[in-house]
Write a protein that binds this ligand. Structure first.
Ligand SMILES: O=c1ccn([C@@H]2O[C@H](COP(=O)(O)OP(=O)(O)O[C@H]3OC[C@@H](O)[C@H](O)[C@H]3O)[C@@H](O)[C@H]2O)c(=O)[nH]1
Length: 314
């Protein structure tokens, strides 16, 4: 099986590549523009006969022959996707069109990593896949959440009109080793801050909630979805729900009891709550997350310690 992973040099993408490469029948091609991904994440595969890495931006067409496409390419951290919103929406719309065009030409199955952000600031809790969302179409997050909504629409239009085999995952906040130290998402921020002994920046009000999924669980869910028969959309996330203050307290307790917690201004349109209903993932994919937050945080701490050069105290 020849498999394309767009955004494969990113944090989730590179863990996915590791898993796909375990199967000796797989040949994996990664394309990435290195806006947020790095070659370093894939260094163990560079030069491997079943692996190929191409510097390519999905907003440009790509002509290759593959059997499956995992389409992950797009900055996923709010500070990165808001940095160049026009580019973000081009990636979601033109990038997805290009990958669907490729899927159509070669008859490949394509999986899109969509997002819990399609639910916006949800009025239904927890969020089921049938909830249509509460999204601001003209806000600073719209390049990403509306962009992913259009990407989902394109996937279904190609499926209905051209018979393309599609899979859609709605990913909830994911964390784990290899996240950029300056990624800007909350788990990586708090861990880096705790290790540097800087205050943990809890954005106001601090009572907003998120559900955090460890990366190995995420990759397992994505592969099950690709290999299964259901188009989705399917929520892939950990239903354990935490306020940002609770997360800060856990990081403090587990990583640095001395660290301070400081309340700081928030950004516009920050969703107040997010928690996946994973009934469908359980029924259709036989999937549920295994790694609890309190077990995942120390695994990520270890990786951040090494990269920041902060030794563990005894
Ligand atoms: O330093 C920080 C950073 C963030 N936060 C808060 O933490 C919460 C989570 O923010 P993050 O930046 O981690 O990201 P979000 O959960 O808002 O979105 C994410 O989740 C779904 C994914 O598909 C998306 O890729 C990503 O946008 C927000 O309420 C934010 O206000 C802090 O309290 N402090």
């Amino acid at each position: 099986m020849r498999i394309l992973v767009t955004g494969g040099a990113g944090f989730i993408g590179s863990h996915l590549v590791d898993k796909l490469m375990e199967n000796e029948k797989n040949e994996v091609i990664v394309v990435d523009n290195y806006f947020t991904g790095t070659k370093d994440n894939l260094k163990k595969w560079i030069g491997h006969p079943r692996f190929e890495l191409i510097r390519h931006d999905v907003t440009e067409p790509l002509l290759i022959e593959v059997d499956q496409i995992y389409h992950l390419a797009c900055p996923a951290s709010p500070i990165f996707y808001k940095y160049n919103p026009v580019k973000t929406i081009k990636t979601n719309v033109i990038g997805t069109l290009n990958m669907l065009g490729l899927a159509k030409r070669v008859g490949a199955r394509i999986l899109l990593t969509s997002t819990s952000e399609v639910y916006g600031d949800p009025l239904e809790h927890p969020q089921t896949e049938s909830y249509w969302g509460n999204v601001n179409p003209i806000g600073v997050r719209s390049c990403y959440d509306e962009g992913k909504r259009v990407a989902e629409t394109l996937m279904f239009d190609y499926h209905r009109q051209h018979g393309i085999e599609i899979r859609i995952a709605r990913i909830f906040n994911t964390y784990g080793p290899r996240m950029n130290i300056d990624d800007g998402r909350v788990v990586s921020n708090f861990i880096a801050q705790a290790l540097r002994n800087e205050p943990l920046t809890v954005q106001l009000p601090g009572t907003q909630t998120r559900s955090f999924c460890y990366v190995s669980d995420m990759v397992d869910g994505l592969i099950r979805l690709m290999e299964g028969e259901n188009t989705g959309p399917i929520n892939i996330g950990n239903p354990g729900e935490f306020t940002m203050l609770e997360l800060a307290e856990s990081v403090k307790e587990l990583i640095n009891p001395e660290v301070k917690i400081s309340l700081v201004e928030n950004t516009p349109d920050d969703p107040r709550q997010r928690k996946p209903d994973i009934t469908k993932a359980k029924e259709v994919l036989g999937w549920e997350p295994k790694v609890k937050l309190r077990d995942g945080l120390p695994l990520m701490e270890e990786d951040f310690r090494q990269r920041l050069g902060v030794p563990k105290k005894n």
